[in-house]
Design a protein around this ligand. Sequence first.
Ligand SMILES: [Zn+2]
Length: 468
Amino acid sequence: MKKFYITTPIYYINAEPSIGSACTTVAADVVARLHRQLGEEVFYLTGTDEHGEKVAETAQKAGLSPIDFCNQIAPKFEEAWKLLNISHDFFIRTTDPRHEKVVGEVLQKIYDASDVYKGKYDGWYCTGCEAFKTEKELVDLHCPLHPPEKTVQKSEENWFFRLSKYAPKLIELTEDDKTNYIFPESKRTEVLAKLKAGVNDISISREKVKWGIPVPWDTDHTIYVWIDALINYYSATQFLENKTDFWPASVHLLGKEILWFHTVIWQAMLLSANLPIPVKTYTHDFYTIDNQKMSKSLGNTIPPQEIVDLFGTDGARYLIARSFPNNGDADVGIIRFKEKYNADLANNLGNLVSRVAKLGEKLQTPNIKPQIDQKYLELIDQLKLDEAINLIFTKYIDKSNNRLNEVAPWKLEPTDPKRIEVLQECANNLRLAAFHLYPIMPQKCEEIENIFNEKIKPIEKGLFGRIG
Ligand SMILES: [Zn+2]
């Protein structure tokens, strides 16, 4: 059986689930479900990133030990994904001792390859990103992603990884279409330019941070939280018994703020440890909320709970997938969501289902096994979720609406062959639409399939109620 392994980034436990993490998680879920539909053996991994300075600080402020703090927040992510009906196969936490063990093993391989050395680090650090920053990346010494927080100057002895050694290999891999793993194209161009501009070695340990995994050969140091976190994608396939043959990942899905970590640092670590690199990384852009950057200080993030409360699980999944930022930032907001929900789901799809079910009650429907549209499959794999949804709406839903308006079966006698024919055709189109949209709205699509399976069954209540 063909294997398919997809991951989301593991979310930093310092923040609670938001529409930003929901965006990546829902998109990965759509891809995972589609590949299961294709009969592939799928492994979908998500989880939380729990080490580092900032977690220790936040825990202390809350009067908790770091692990107690993590134990309190991690379930919030699991609950949010349950609300959104996410079908991940495993939820990894970087404080899992089984993960910690694999991290030590991978680091040891990198050490044995003579790719680490002790050096002195002098520079700026943003605890928000848990990352070192060059002055070029800062605005008045503030991190643009974390404007209220000041970056701090650090000077300490660290272990360094010879990232620069791998730059030529990464350039070679990404320049060749056959081995390139950076998608979409705009992100490949961006990374290639940065690689060619020159790459510095990076610090991979911390001397003063205690909340982390010890460096195997120097236990006074802990492993830099990002290095520990990236290894989760691999570690899960090592410590989960039935997942051992899933590495390398088919797709790492991620947001653009972590592009460099995933397309350069992670790949170089794997090359150094002599492990296969992922087939593909897919990087998406951000949501803006009502044309404003999403930020904690503006308080304008939308918790997944709020979207699910308003639109239901499948409504929320649809809206998130529909606005997935695959080509530049995408603007979302509750008002926009309401408009989209009413237009696409209540007035269009939902209304069509009700009309056909009512007019065609008890009619036989053709029970042909649906075949997946290859163009649709391609669009989903390229994370062009909006285009994929449009394709299905045009092909099955709009077409059915047009046919109904053309033939006007409500004006014909129930026994009129023209009336029967058009209703059967629409019922079949709705089955096909449900088959294709299933990865996006699993529950609603199952309901549609049940209504039009074999015989058209009556429905009591519309599938998607209008929202005022
Ligand atoms: Zn930052």
